[in-house]
Write a protein of this length. Structure first.
Length: 55
């Protein structure tokens, strides 16, 4: 495929947990998701942090 790594765990990850989304951020109506992809070399991730919040 388009990503490097011998397995999906080595090629990409998605993180949406309590470390990114603390009780304080949830009370503010915010959600954070982090996506890491490995397009060039194994273990060298390009990381995208995506956020969503309600006004």
């Amino acid at each position: 495929g388009a990503l490097f790594g011998g397995s999906p765990d080595e090629a990409f990850y998605v993180k949406c947990d309590g470390e990114l989304n603390t009780p304080e951020t949830m009370m503010l109506g915010r959600l954070y998701v982090e996506v890491g992809v490995c397009p060039v070399r194994p273990a060298e991730f390009v990381i995208f942090r995506i956020s969503q919040w309600s006004p």
